[in-house]
Every structure is written in structure tokens, then in C-alpha cells.
Design a protein around this ligand. Sequence first.
Ligand code: AHG
Ligand code: MN
Ligand code: MN
Length: 333
Amino acid sequence: MTDVTTLGEFIIEKQMDFPGSSGEFSRLLSAIRLASKIVSQQVNKAGLLSHIMGSAGAENVQGEQQQKLDVFANDQFIKALTKRKVVCGIASEENDDFIAINDSGSYIIAMDPLDGSSNIDVNVSIGTIFSIYKRITPEGTPVQKEDFLQKGTSQVAAGYVIYGSSTMMVYTTGHGVNGFTYDPGMGVFILSHPEMKIPQKGKIYSINEGNFYKSSTGVQEFIKYAQKIDPDTNRPYTGRYIGSLVADFHRNLIKGGLYMYPSTTSAPKGKLRLLYECNPLAFIVEQAGGKASDGKNRILDIQPTDLHQRVPYYVGSTEMVNKVEEFISNEDS
Ligand code: AHG
Ligand code: MN
Ligand code: MN
């Protein structure tokens, strides 16, 4: 055990990155770590537990079916963050409005507690995504909506947990990206992927191609470009789409690739949520040397106007994001 670094050790060591943070930020990350261990355990048992599997019978604010594990994960993260009094407020994809917690806290969190929930029942990787900001209203007063509507550039940390063939946590505090693999025997996350970097040129493209004819001509032309045979530019690219953003993103981060959820005729603003999904992964990808765009603008520069706002999303290897942006800008000319 001498050569390994646990997530707990890493958090304490890196607390120096946040002078004056008084340990509150470290305790916040520890609360996330705890909740993700509990969710990981339930995810691994999901096939056995009929009360966890399947629909909870309710719809969330966006009219989507909530799965029982969504509700469970949401509860676990809220509980861990509330009990430890480490945030003043939480915005969750699963709650209509933000939750005010502790007036004296200085951080807020936005989260997608269970991403890829349609994959739970079929034993495919799912995840949790989180994004942390300093509040902008004064400490000691109730948290306000404006504390959550900050640009992605203001994030102080962001991360995800992937519940896959093993459970991993990947996060950034703006000083690079590090990945930790969970050892269920020891009950600890161990630093397994230090200083992660995404390849500049990728070869994988990830999109729900069922939406081809619902997409703009620029996106359609890009897909045709990706499929074209051209050994000089390493094409055709490889198509990979899991339908769990976290899992698709994680693969592309490691191997190099592009994930796309464009606007479509049935979802004119795209499907993914700026606060809970796009901003945190945009922060991570930029810290790993990649790029995230809405097709025209940098994701992190978008001023949010609504908690559950959606945006078209293109994220991954810089050269691939540049290429799809080129096709999108050409469709206008
Ligand atoms: P969630 O389970 O949090 O609602 O997110 C689902 C998202 C994302 O994970 C995934 O990439 C995308 O929806 C898949 O959408 P399609 O089924 O339309 O391809
Ligand atoms: Mn999601
Ligand atoms: Mn979700």
C-alpha cells in the first residue's frame, strides 16, 4: 500500500490549491466520495434488487420517467451534502427547484445524480456528474437562484463518477484532471489515472444516429465526413454510442473522440442540460486539453438563464470539435 495514493490523501494534499478554504471544500469532496460509494454499491446490486430496478412511476421536471435508482442516487447525494453542511444549496436534475441547505456555506453544487438511467436495467455503465461553484451572494444569507446561474468559467471544481466495469471518479479543480478507481475490497478510491490528457486528434465519433434526419445539414455532412474512407486523415472514424453521456465521454477522454448531442427538430435546444451535464464535462475536457462547444460558442462562456436549460453539445478532442464547428458554420453560408 505504500506506493498508492487514495482519493482522501489526494484531497488533503491538494487543499493547498485553495488557500483560505478552511477545509470546507475538502469536506465537500469527501461528501461526494461517500455518496458515490453508496450509489456504486447499489448499482452493483441493481440486478438483484427488484425494488431498486425499474421505474419509480414518477416523472421528473423535464417530463422524463424517473428510475428508482435516480431517486436513490439523488437522495444519497443530497443527504451526504446536507448532513455535512458543506454547501449552501444544491441544484439537481431531479428537482424542479434548487434546495437551500446551510446559509453559512460558501459553495453550491449542481448535479446529475444518475446519468444514463435508461441503461440501468440492461447492465450498461451509468454515472453521476457534479459541478461546484462559490456562491456570489453573501455568506450567512439564504442561497439565491443567481448563485446557480453562473457561467461555467466560474466553476471551482467539476467531476463525474462512472459506475462501469469498475467504479471511477474523475475530477478537476482547475489544475488538470485526475482519475481514481474504486477498490471495493478496501473501500477506497485509488489514484489510477494521474494528469489525464485527451488526444488532440480522435478517431471515435459518438452520436445517436437515429436522429440523423432530425439534425441540421451541417451535422449530417459531418457524419458523412466521419464515415468517408480517407486513409490520410484516418477515416472512416469509429462509431461508438452507449447512450450514457458519462460513459461515452469517459471513453473518448481516454481514447480520443467526439461526443455530439446536436439540436434536432424534436429537441431544438438539444437534449443535454447546461448546468448538470455540459458545463462540468466542458471544464474537465478543457483541463485535459480538449474542447467543448455548442457548435459555435465555447460552452463555459454561456450565461445560464434557467436551471434546467439545455444546449446543443459537442465535446472531446480539439481537432474533432473544430471540424464539426467548421461544418456547422458552413451550413449558414
Ligand atoms: P439522464 O439519464 O441523466 O436523463 O441523461 C441521459 C442523457 C445522456 O446520458 C445520454 O447521452 C443521452 O441522454 C442519450 O440520449 P438519447 O437516448 O436521445 O440518445
Ligand atoms: Mn444525464
Ligand atoms: Mn440523470
